[in-house]
Each structure stands twice: as structure tokens, then as C-alpha cells.
Design a protein around this ligand. Structure first.
Ligand SMILES: [Cu+2]
Length: 472
């Protein structure tokens, strides 16, 4: 069915409803009859992969703290319905944010299709301002590219637009508005898109687990709920799929699984993403699968703004392996950054006096910042815990862009549940040395390797003046 037919049917339905002037509920039901019913999600949990029951088969992905948007087949076309709308996103237990997103969540649901699929996406705008959707990375007709003003008029408030194109190349993509981007992306409007290959692809391996998530960032003052959209660099919440550690689910796999993780960066800075315990290959970028000759093993891959990276590895080491952004400030949650470094400063006797004058005065880290994790302090309601993630052996002292890859022999194929903490085999954990400590061997002063300090040997310097000047 062509877009025009669809539109005609839609308008015919709406006109009929208006003509009969029935109750509001009936009007909307008739008016919406041509559209797939929007599916909403209210929970921030990682949903089980959506195994396709129509269309061509593929191995579905798992969206970290997210979900995949169901579709309906309509005369061979995959139809999706995105609703752009204000949402409340739980970023971590006890901390919620007012955001904008799609179908009840930020980020929006992941869209999964197969190479060659004809896709029709209805986008209903329930935001307080106009919007559009850009299908980042896709080959498509120019008029479907979603750049408001350039390739289409923006979708006005309350209206529904239809995008339709064939998913031409397999790969990892994103979607986001191309209308008042600064506001709409700072508010959380974005989503993931996967186009699976239609057949065995020489550069796309089959994997046992395929995880996806977006890197995003927000600036939300402690105690408030709404991101500050004017912030350009000084964000205080570095998140994966609008979640911060300890709110980010773990990536749970079976030992021996071949694992793919796809990430897209829609923040304002780059993120070197680091995996412990394994080496991975970057098997794909925004432009598609990477040629095999360009792949080498790494443990950290930098993802620049607007980029996507897919990494693959064999999960063959059991354990709970940290997986995080390597910018240390991106593994912290909301805090002021205009805090002086206090390491080595003795505050004893000073705090009580200061707190009389400034009741909220808090001493930050005389011994480093690790104290902050355990400090019982009055924080405003609805504030992300700064670095309180706790592991089996104490505080992990991380926040933000941090999670874990959990590799277990006992994890059943297709089971994505958290297996709990890893029990290390006896004798395989770092331990306290309780024996005698020998004196440290320091180089002796005056030895050859380290000459004694003090005046050096006297050196005689002779200066010869230029000759040839009579009388001097
Ligand atoms: Cu980062």
C-alpha cells in the first residue's frame, strides 16, 4: 500500500468520525484506525529480546534498560508507531527525571528490521513543540531523512507524519530529532535502530548475545528533575540509555558465548569504553561492518560524538568484569565540580564551626573522594547517589557510565537474568599480606646510580678572546 492510499484512508476515517460527531473516544478510535496502535513502556527494565513472529527471521538484540518496538505487517510493509512525548525516566532507583522521549521512555524503543524490509513509521508529536525524526546513518530517499526545514516541514504539535523507506544496508543505526536538536536531544529524545542482514553476511558473524545501548548525558541539579538544556560541556549525569550506575543493568552472558555490544554516542564528548578481562574487535561502525583486514584486538574503544561502534568478543573468562567509560569523571554522578581538592588538608575542629555559618557545608574528601561513597549526608530528595554502587566486597565507588559483564558457566542460553555476584574460586583473589615486611631497598646516597646532592666538582673554564685586535 502506498503512502497516499494510507493517508487517504486515514483522512477518510477522520472525516467520517467528524461527520457523525460521536463521543471523543470513538473519534480517536476511528481516526487512529489506519495507524498501528502505539505500544508504550513504563518500566526501565531490560526487556527480553523481541523474537520476530512475522516477517523474516533474525536474532534479536537486547536493549540495556530498554526494549524493542513491536510492529505490525501491513501488506508486506513493517509498520511502527513512534509517539514523541514528555516522559518520566527513572535514571537510578530513587532518582527520576522529566525527559522527552518516545512511547513512554527515554531513550525510545529500539527498532529492529531486516535488510530489504520496507518500513513505514508513523510519528505522532505529543511534545509542546514541533519535531522530526532523522534516521541516522540510513540510505533513504532525501525526503525521508527527517531534517526539519531542509527535507520536510517540521511535524507540528499534535500531528502525525509518516516516514517510509527500504532498509537498504544492514548495520547499527540511531534515530533522533532534527528539529530544535539542542533542546530535544538534551531532553533525551533518541533511540537505536538495527538492520539485520537478510542472509549470511561475510562480515557479520552470528552471535549468541547482541546488546545495544546509547551513550547520553544530562545536566540535572541535585534535587531537581529537569535537565538544563543550555549546558554544553559540564554535564553531571553520564548515562547509558538514560540510566546511571547503579541503575544500569549488567550484561549477563554464558561462558563461551560470542558477544556483540553496539553503542552509539549522542552526548557532547567522546567516550573511551573499556572492557575488563577480554579483548574485543571493532566489527562495525556507523558505515557498516568493518573489513576484516582493519580489525585488531583492543580493550578500549573511543566513541566520538555521533558515532556508533560495535564490538565483538568471546566471553571465555568467568567473573564479574567491569565495563565502563574510561574518563574517570564519567563514572561519577551528580555533584558540583567547583569543589577544591582537599586531599591532605586536616579539617578537624573546623567542620562544626563552618556548619554553624553554612548549615549545608560538607567537607569533600580529605583522603580522596572515596569517603563520599559511604558518607551519610543530607542530600536533596530525588538525587542520584553519587558513587554508592556496592559490590560483594564493599563500595564500588562508581556512578555514571559503569556496568558489568557477568560471565557464568551456569547461565542458560537465552537467559538474561542477573546471576548475582561471582564467587571466586579459593586462592584466586587478591589478599592481604600479613607476614613481615622487609625494609624497602632504597638506593644508597652517593652510589653511582644516584650521585650525592651538593656542590659538584669545580670546573675550570678558559675563555679565549678573538685574536687579531691589536692592543687587547
Ligand atoms: Cu565518558
Amino acid at each position: 500500500m502506498s503512502i497516499n492510499n494510507e493517508r487517504r484512508r486515514f483522512f477518510a476515517g477522520a472525516a467520517a468520525a467528524t461527520a457523525t460527531a460521536v463521543a471523543a473516544s470513538a473519534v480517536s478510535r476511528v481516526a487512529m484506525a489506519a495507524l498501528p496502535e502505539p505500544v508504550l513502556q513504563t518500566k526501565p527494565d531490560t526487556m527480553a529480546p523481541l523474537v520476530p513472529n512475522t516477517g523474516r527471521p533474525y536474532n534479536p538484540v537486547v536493549t540495556l534498560n530498554g526494549w524493542t518496538l513491536p510492529w505490525r505487517m501491513n501488506a508486506g510493509v513493517k509498520e511502527f508507531h513512534l509517539v514523541a512525548e514528555p516522559v518520566v525516566r527513572e535514571m537510578a532507583p530513587g532518582f527520576k527525571a522529566n525527559m522527552w522521549g518516545y512511547n513512554g521512555q527515554s531513550p525510545g524503543p529500539t527498532i529492529e528490521v531486516v535488510e530489504g524490509d520496507r518500513v513505514r513509521i508513523f510519528v505522532t508529536n505529543k511534545l509542546p513543540e514541533h519535531t522530526s525524526v532523522h534516521w541516522h546513518g540510513q540510505r533513504l530517499p532525501n525526503g525521508m531523512d527527517g531534517v526539519s526545514g531542509l527535507t520536510q516541514p517540521a511535524i507540528p504539535v499534535g500531528k502525525t507524519f509518516v516516514y517510509e523507506f527500504v532498509a537498504r544496508r544492514p548495520g547499527t543505526f540511531m534515530y533522533h530529532p532534527h528539529a530544535d536538536e539542542m533542546t530535544q536531544m538534551a531532553m533525551g529524545m533518541m533511540g537505536f535502530w538495527i538492520t539485520h542482514p537478510k542472509a549470511k553476511h561475510p562480515l557479520i558473524d552470528e552471535v549468541d548475545r547482541d546488546f545495544v545501548f546509547l551513550l547520553n548525558a544530562y545536566d540535572i541539579d541535585p534535587g531537581s528533575m529537569t535537565p538544563k538544556i543550555m549546558t554544553m560541556t559540564d554535564f553531571n549525569l553520564w548515562s547509558w540509555n538514560s540510566r546511571v550506575f547503579p541503575g544500569i543493568d549488567t550484561l549477563n552472558v554464558r561462558k563461551g558465548d560470542k558477544v556483540r555490544i553496539r553503542m552509539g554516542n549522542l552526548t557532547m564528548t567522546n567516550h573511551p569504553i573499556h572492557l575488563h578481562g577480554h579483548e574485543f574487535l571493532v566489527t562495525g561502525t556507523d558505515g557498516g561492518p568493518t573489513p576484516k583486514s582493519t580489525r585488531w584486538y583492543e580493550v578500549t574503544t573511543d566513541i566520538a560524538v555521533g558515532q556508533m561502534r560495535q564490538i565483538e568478543f568471546l566471553a571465555d573468562e568467568e567473573g564479574d568484569w567491569a565495563f565502563h567509560c574510561h574518563k574517570s569523571h564519567h563514572t561519577m554522578n551528580a555533584m558540583g565540580h567547583d569543589v577544591p581538592t582537599m586531599i591532605g588538608v586536616d579539617h578537624r575542629g573546623l567542620i562544626k564551626k563552618l556548619q554553624k555559618a553554612v548549615p549545608d557545608y560538607m567537607v569533600m574528601g580529605e583522603r580522596g573522594m572515596a569517603d563520599m561513597g559511604e558518607m551519610e549526608m543530607e542530600i536533596p530528595e530525588n538525587t542520584a547517589p553519587m558513587m554508592t554502587g556496592t559490590g560483594p566486597y564493599g563500595g564500588v565507588e562508581m556512578g555514571g557510565m559503569f556496568s558489568m559483564l557477568k560471565v557464568r558457566k551456569s547461565q542458560k542460553p537465552g537467559d538474561y537474568r542477573d546471576p548475582g555476584w561471582y564467587k571466586q574460586p579459593p586462592g584466586t583473589q587478591a589478599y592481604e599480606w600479613t607476614g613481615a615486611l622487609p625494609d624497602p631497598a632504597r638506593p644508597r646516597a652517593g652510589s653511582k646510580a644516584m650521585p650525592a646532592a651538593g656542590p659538584g666538582p669545580v670546573t675550570e673554564v678558559q675563555i679565549r678572546k678573538p685574536t687579531g685586535h691589536a692592543g687587547h
